[in-house]
Design a protein around this ligand. Structure first.
Ligand SMILES: [Zn+2]
Length: 177
């Protein structure tokens, strides 16, 4: 869970600035619902500043709140917690993106033949190599056939691992709901 929480915080930081980080991190660490007062005193911040951060976090779906009416005074108290479903959605989305990239990379590797310059290690497709008469366009060294089996194997293994993760998480998701 640590990785996904870090990712969640990074994303919040990149969208909302580093102001929100301490509030979000505290909520993740405490693992219980907290009021703005509690957050403010834990972080030694003004309640108004905490509220501003909570509102911008909730607008972007990073935190959710539940409100109850305070019986005597009649006002509402909000209890805040991190939006864990959103963490999982973000993670799954991220994984699907990576999976897509790896798959199209593997397809590219599988459907092309490559040549490499042994001097500067630049790699060229068959078309590029052919156009340059199988000499490196940068330094003129004769190009050699590049065996991409290792690359393909590496990509295949990565793809399998991510597919497995996605499948397992999808299964867990259905069990939970
Ligand atoms: Zn070269």
């Amino acid at each position: 869970m640590v990785d996904s929480e870090d990712l969640f915080i990074d994303l919040a930081e990149s969208l909302l600035g580093d102001d929100v980080v301490s509030v979000l991190r505290l909520l993740l660490e405490e693992g219980v619902e907290m009021t703005d007062d509690e957050i403010a005193s834990k972080l030694n911040m003004k309640v108004n500043d905490v509220r501003k951060r909570l509102y911008s976090l909730s607008e972007q779906g990073f935190v959710v709140s539940r409100r109850t009416r305070e019986k005597e005074k009649g006002w509402y108290i909000y209890f805040w917690k991190p939006n864990l479903d959103h963490i999982n959605e973000i993670l799954m989305e991220r994984k699907r993106q990576i999976l897509n990239k790896l798959q199209s990379r593997l397809e590219y590797e599988s459907s092309n033949t490559f040549y490499i310059c042994s001097r500067d290690m630049n790699r060229y497709s068959f078309e590029e190599a052919f156009e340059n008469e199988f000499k490196c366009p940068r330094c003129g060294t004769p190009l050699e056939y590049y065996d991409s089996d290792k690359v393909k194997q590496f990509l295949s293994e990565k793809i399998k691992a991510i597919e497995k993760e996605i499948n397992e998480e999808t299964k867990n998701g259905t069990q939970d709901s």
